[in-house]
Ligand binder design. Structure first.
Ligand code: C2E
Ligand code: CA
Ligand code: CA
Length: 406
């Protein structure tokens, strides 16, 4: 969670009344480091001063000199890494189109507010933001060095957690996603966003993936032998798809573990798929020919999703959690969710919705016929040893909570 007083917010609106109102609202919500600007030019001047850029910008779209979209272009040039909330009196469709446009520039948009809006609407957006690690660039998270990550891999400090993927129609457990954790001797449990990037940047990702894969395959075999036919998914970094022997490497490990390739899902993040496609394309196609299942992860967050889908034979599409949680009530999210679902359907892919956090999210998947669900509503990632206990509790929940409905 972000400490509210350390969060720096910029409010950009040409109406001084709105600036005052927003200032009051933010103060009410406990945000004290707020800067107001009445034009894009003034805001950019602040950006170019030696001050740190804000963590969040609340921006009006309709401004006389420099409008919101032009301002966003300047943000992109300045490599802005913070988040954005769009405010406008425009109709919902225009706002949605703008959100899409801004996201295409890889700027994180928390959402939009249609004028006039209530304090609660603003509060909900900010709440979402302060709770997500994505939106907390200043939450002092330790960054580990390459040597430390190397040692963690070598010393067996990485452990696999598993998060269930269940069939929405029946509640049946279909598979799990392997999510790596670092059991740090001093710092406790360290999450992947604190070391995957380091591993990728320092040529350690092949070793990390090998360790995770070996562990996941061994676990898959244990489940298989216990009569539990689970598909086990492993996250594959784009950097793993640079070496052409990756398919043989994965096939070798699976054969050695005694796990059929049909039971192994390789999740590839689409946004990373954007770079040079030639080697990855060949590698993924060969993995597919070897009967491994391919999943396109975080769908909807990248640029040319459609190109990837045309060229690579994915079996599964994972709708990114940012378009799932809350899609039942937010039209923009819902549009992205529906589009992703429809696309996967047309291409005959199985669809997984990630980030299913509550009953409302679940009901939307049920209504729209989404195949699989994954998220805190069903289960948090857990050590393999906790799975049997969770399964029992889940089956009970399915019987009592879900079956009763129809
Ligand atoms: P991902 O592949 O998108 O994995 C889903 C992330 O969402 C996981 O975070 C999971 O704990 C979290 N999550 C699950 N359900 C919910 C929910 O209902 N709400 C919310 N807000 N979050 C949920 P985690 O475990 O921290 O992993 C973060 C990312 O790190 C993963 O994102 C994946 O890209 C990467 N990662 C994890 N393990 C590995 C690995 O072994 N290799 C590689 N290359 N990357 C990995
Ligand atoms: Ca994943
Ligand atoms: Ca994902």
């Amino acid at each position: 969670m972000v400490e509210k007083y350390t969060v720096r917010i910029m409010v950009l609106d040409d109406e001084s009344f709105m600036l005052k109102l927003l200032g009051h609202m933010l103060a009410n919500l406990g945000f004290t480091q707020v800067t107001s600007c009445d034009s894009g030019r003034a805001a950019l001047a602040l950006f170019d001063s030696p001050n740190n850029p804000p963590d969040l910008i609340l921006m009006d779209l309709n401004m006389p000199e420099m409008d919101g979209i032009e301002f966003v272009r300047h943000l992109v040039e300045r490599l802005y890494t913070g988040s954005l909330i769009l405010i406008s009196g425009e109709d919902e469709r225009t706002l949605q189109a703008t959100v899409k446009l801004v996201r295409a520039h890889k700027i994180s948009v928390l959402g939009h507010l249609q004028k006039p809006f209530a304090l609660e609407a603003l509060s909900a957006l900010l709440e979402k933001w302060t709770h997500s690690s994505l939106g907390s660039p200043r939450a002092a998270k330790k960054v580990y060095g390459a040597d430390e990550v190397r040692a963690a891999i070598d010393n067996g400090e990485l452990v696999n957690y598993y998060q269930p993927k269940v069939a929405v129609a029946t509640g049946e457990l279909v598979g799990v996603e392997t999510l790596v954790r670092w059991r740090h001797p001093q710092d406790g449990m360290v999450f992947p966003d604190q070391f995957i990037g380091v591993a990728e940047a320092h040529g350690l990702i092949d070793d990390l993936t090998r360790v995770v894969l070996i562990g996941a395959l061994a676990q898959a075999k244990v489940w298989q032998d216990a009569g539990l036919a689970l598909r086990v998914a492993v996250n594959v970094s784009m950097d793993n798809l640079a070496s052409l022997d990756f398919p043989d490497f994965v096939a070798g490990l699976a054969a050695k573990a005694g796990v059929p390739p049909q039971a192994v899902v390789l999740e590839v993040t689409e946004s990373q798929l954007m770079r040079d496609l030639r080697a990855p394309l060949e590698i993924l196609t060969r993995l597919r020919l070897k009967c491994f299942r391919l999943s396109i992860d975080d769908f909807g967050t990248g640029h040319s999703s459609l190109v990837q889908l045309r060229d690579i034979p994915f079996d599964e599409l994972k709708i990114d959690q940012s378009f799932v949680h809350g899609a039942w009530t937010d039209e923009t999210l819902r549009a992205m969710y529906d589009a992703s679902l429809g696309l996967a359907r047309q291409l005959g892919m199985e669809v997984v919705a990630e980030g299913v956090e509550d009953r409302n999210d679940w009901n939307l998947l049920l209504r729209t016929g989404c195949d699989l669900a994954q998220g805190y509503f069903i289960a948090r990632p857990m050590p393999a040893a906790d799975l049997p206990g969770w399964m029992e509790a889940w089956q009970e929940r399915v019987r009592s909570e879900f079956a009763a409905k129809d």
